[in-house]
Design a protein around this ligand. Structure first.
Ligand code: NAP
Length: 277
């Protein structure tokens, strides 16, 4: 059976370190989460961020905006937080309702407070190899692999998913670390052929049960980023019970990448805050 890569355990260690670090600051740090509309899965993420922030002495303010709001209204809220010196990090919970101009909204965030690292300036810095912040999910995956001493340099990585939030920044970060990366997506013609070749398979599609035993090979490390709610239960993109029997190591869902993402977000907040001290 595969080693289970326990994101909760690492998150809890990070929590203790962050609690001490934030506690040493001469002011209370604040993260603002802007949430547009309602979404059951997104609400899980927001709740986890709020609970984690509370537990390390960071103020987490969730600003709920109705789903029928326009870009101008949302950007107005972001600009107010950009100008508030007591706000150290701003994130817009994704995905946004489809009709909104997501890029314009993200771009309105002051890059210094962009702890999700999605603005063009921060994307460029990641691309060039000197990121101020690494996007939280990507950073969480890197930290998880580092904790379990799973090497990256020279390894073949397959990232399934090419979103700006997860797939692309993860691919770039692994290239920067010295891996050889293949990026797959819905137009990839022979997905199992690509996924089976990888040393580390990272799946971020939001397509439950996409990766069955026919997509993996023995000795692989499988990172399941996906999170969907199926019949009231949170599931990943990997059919874990059959894949677990074949691979070397795998992240559980829930309890793998999710907790790592939350902890990494607050590590980014600490970077943002530390520059003020
Ligand atoms: P997204 O923007 O919807 O992107 C999904 C990607 O998966 C797209 O690139 C899409 O390809 C690809 N894809 C979809 N179906 C596919 C298929 N059958 N075969 C191959 N590729 C396929 O989603 P996202 O924001 O990246 O999030 C992905 C998942 O990760 C979601 O379940 C989300 O909830 C989860 N997530 C988890 C965390 C965490 O902390 N655990 C954080 C962020 C996101 P195309 O580009 O061709 O459409």
């Amino acid at each position: 059976m595969a080693i289970i890569l326990d994101g909760k355990k690492i998150r809890d260690n990070t929590r203790e370190q962050l609690k001490v670090a934030f506690g040493k600051l001469p002011f209370k740090s604040k993260l603002v989460i802007i949430k547009v509309g309602e979404d059951a899965v997104q609400d899980v993420y927001v709740r986890q961020k709020k609970i984690f922030g509370d537990s390390i002495g960071v103020e987490v303010t969730v600003i709920g905006i109705p789903a029928n709001s326009n870009e101008k209204e949302i950007i107005g809220v972001i600009e107010k937080e950009n100008n508030d010196k007591n706000t150290h990090g701003i994130i817009v919970q994704l995905p946004l309702p489809k009709e909104l101009d997501k890029l314009a909204i993200i771009e309105a965030i002051n890059p210094e407070k962009d702890v999700d690292s999605l603005t063009s300036l921060n994307t460029k810095k990641l691309y060039l190899g000197f990121p101020k912040f690494i996007p939280a999910t990507t950073k969480g995956i890197l930290t998880l692999l580092d904790y379990y001493k799973i090497p990256i340099v020279g390894k073949r990585i397959c990232v399934v998913g090419r979103s700006n939030l997860v797939g692309k920044p993860t691919a770039i970060a692994f290239v920067n670390k010295g891996a050889t990366v293949t990026v797959c997506h819905s137009q990839t013609t022979n997905l199992p052929e690509e996924t089976k070749r990888a040393d580390i398979l990272i799946v971020a599609t939001g397509h439950p049960s996409l990766i069955s035993k026919d997509y993996v090979s023995s000795g692989q490390v499988v990172i399941d980023v996906g999170l969907s709610r199926v019949k009231g239960k949170l599931v990943g993109d990997v059919v874990s019970d059959e894949v677990e029997r074949m691979v070397f190591a795998i992240t559980p869902v829930p309890g793998g990448v999710g907790p790592m993402t939350v902890a990494s977000l607050f590590e980014n907040l600490l970077i943002s805050v530390s520059e003020e001290v």
